[in-house]
Design a protein around this ligand. Structure first.
Ligand code: ADP
Ligand code: TRP
Length: 333
């Protein structure tokens, strides 16, 4: 049996952060040996907010460089740019015929965006889930490593796949979100409001490009309180969040020490945040430095992108041919 097929993408909308790393990239790296992986930069998806055209290239290059710096091996996976694969928008067009206005309007991400950018509620935003479904179905993926925020989009991809299969015959397997059997991850922002994100909450998000000083400064500003007054009390969300971050970057001893301090009501949040900041710096620094090297190496990036494009188009063109035939678009045979 062949290896299971995996697809995932990250939008080129800014600097990658700990949420992207622990929600997505970490799994990409852990999956690259065992699965047949297609990972890409979702540059078309970034167009919904009309980014400055001159920023697209540096953003795409940086996302590629950051993925490689985190440990993704472009020889083992197909690492490509979405707009290099013309089969994706073609499948997107087909899937749009099976996507209904009502269900698209009900999508949580659409409602959020419509609220936050009322002057730019464009059709690309509305059909964001069909483009994402095309990204996944074009390779017939069954596993999609993503963070918790993408659960609903995956559900829609399964619906579109089922609808296509029902109408035109079995074509697409159903894709499911994947995190090695564990809950999907949501890395919270440091101020206790929402998740870390590329474009919002900049001061409460730790980016893989942040300098050591900035990481320490952001960590020290994380929301805390006077500490518990009763032994073994439940942790408020924002304190739970700090422990969660600690579990990602600190040693077991460190976590146990602060957990015991909390339970015994002797925790000093200043010390905890300083320790967490230092552990965070040790984690991020090598990634940041490697990214800087790769991101400016244009010939290398071009080579990677071409290699990824070739692998991805080989798989995508097969699926697209099949979908076209099933829909009756085969006029020359
Ligand atoms: P952002 O929301 O920061 O713009 P993307 O939308 O490009 O990032 O998301 C890329 C991947 O990173 C997706 O798999 C998404 O689920 C994951 N991701 C983004 N933010 C977080 C977060 N705070 N916690 C966990 N995963 C996240
Ligand atoms: N929509 C995803 C996000 O905002 C990015 C994305 C686009 C994606 N296409 C995808 C993720 C396909 C997984 C599979 O995070």
């Amino acid at each position: 049996m062949g290896k299971e097929i995996v697809v995932s993408g990250i939008r080129s909308t800014g600097f990658l952060h700990l949420g992207n790393y622990f929600g997505a990239i970490k799994n990409y790296i852990d999956m690259q040996e065992q699965f047949n992986c297609y990972f890409f930069v979702a540059d078309y998806h970034s167009l919904t907010t009309h980014p400055d055209p001159t920023l697209l290239k540096p953003n795409v290059y940086r996302v590629l460089a950051e993925n490689i710096a985190c440990g993704l091996d472009p020889e083992k996976v197909a690492l490509y740019v979405q707009s290099d694969i013309p089969e994706i928008p073609e499948l997107y067009l087909m899937l749009n015929m099976l996507a209904y206005k009502g269900e698209l309007e009900k999508t949580a991400s659409f409602k959020d965006k419509a609220r936050s950018q009322p002057d730019n509620i464009n059709a690309g935003l509305l059909t964001y889930p069909t483009l994402m479904s095309a990204d996944i179905l074009i390779h017939k993926a069954v596993k999609v490593p993503v963070g918790k925020d993408q659960e609903q989009h995956l559900e829609m991809a399964r619906n579109f796949a089922q609808r296509f299969n029902h109408r035109y015959g079995d074509t697409f397997p159903e894709p499911h979100p994947f995190n090695f059997g564990k809950e999907l991850v949501k890395i919270p922002s440091l101020d206790g409001n929402g998740k870390m994100s590329k474009s919002e909450n900049e001061n409460a998000t730790i980016y893989l490009a942040d300098t050591d000083d900035l990481i320490l400064k952001k960590m020290m500003k994380a929301k805390t309180d006077q500490g518990p007054s009763e032994q073994n009390s439940t942790k408020p969300d924002y304190i739970e969040n700090l422990f969660m971050l600690m579990k990602l970057v600190s040693s077991q001893d460190t976590i146990e020490k602060y957990d015991a301090d909390y339970n015994n009501c002797v925790i000093r949040y200043g010390d905890m945040k300083k320790q967490l900041g230092e552990d965070m710096v040790n984690f991020i620094k090598p990634i940041r430095e490697k990214t800087l090297d790769i991101q400016t190496n244009t010939p290398y990036l071009h080579k990677i992108m071409k290699m990824g494009q070739e692998k991805a188009r080989e798989s995508a063109s097969k699926t697209l041919d099949e979908a076209r035939k099933k829909m009756g678009i085969n006029f020359y045979c």
